[in-house]
Design a protein around this ligand. Structure first.
Ligand code: ADP
Length: 191
């Protein structure tokens, strides 16, 4: 199984690239942000809880996020592999993911990080906000908080997987196709 973590700050293009990668490699795409938005749209208790945090640009607590993630993986036992997008976002989530996969005799193949400067990210998210309908994409102070939380809590995950030689950084600025080509070349070097 090819289990990839697509990593990078909010707005770095993970969702766009994941959509293209699943088509090419036949993988399951799991975006915790999309799963939360689905729960919110359906007004579920989980959605209501998640919205409290998402609307402020904060992370949803680990126990909620990890439980939801495990359910999604367990619901799809027949897949060729998984692209994790927006998960893990804390070291505790990364450790929980590794333990969960190990119980199934599985592991993360690689973490591929998209490198995009902060100012480019703020501009990208604000322009996405014009059409995404996401309230967390429209307010610059919420966007800056998401970037702050990313740098504090999420960025260390790169070093965590680097310890086992699994982290790879690629340039995340360029056209969608150019970045896709960088990603596929990287994936083919690890699988
Ligand atoms: P982006 O990558 O643009 O921030 P996402 O859709 O990945 O967008 O995430 C949107 C929001 O959902 C995050 O700001 C956070 O509140 C919540 N969220 C998504 N994934 C996680 C996670 N793994 N842990 C905690 N919160 C999460």
């Amino acid at each position: 199984m090819l289990n990839l973590i697509l990593f990078g700050p909010p707005g770095s293009g993970k969702g766009t690239q994941a959509a293209k990668l699943i088509e090419k490699y036949g993988l399951l795409h799991i975006s915790t942000g999309d799963l939360f938005r689905y729960e919110i749209e359906n007004g579920t208790p989980l959605g209501l809880k998640a919205e409290e945090f998402m609307s402020k640009g904060e992370l949803v607590p680990d126990e909620i996020t990890v439980g939801m993630l495990k359910n999604k993986v367990n619901d799809n036992p027949e897949v060729n592999g998984i692209i994790f997008d927006g998960f893990p976002r804390t070291l505790a989530q990364a450790e929980a993911l590794d333990r969960f996969l190990a119980e199934k005799c599985l592991s993360i193949t690689a973490l591929i990080a998209l490198d995009v400067p902060d100012e480019e990210i703020v501009q990208r998210i604000l322009s996405r906000g014009e059409t995404s309908g996401r309230s967390d994409d429209n307010d610059e102070s919420i966007i800056r908080n998401r970037i702050f939380v990313y740098n504090e809590e999420t960025a260390p995950i790169y070093n965590y997987y680097a310890e086992s030689g699994k982290s790879i950084m690629i340039e995340g600025v360029g056209s969608v196709d150019v970045i896709f080509n960088r990603l596929t070349a990287t994936i083919e070097s690890v699988c």
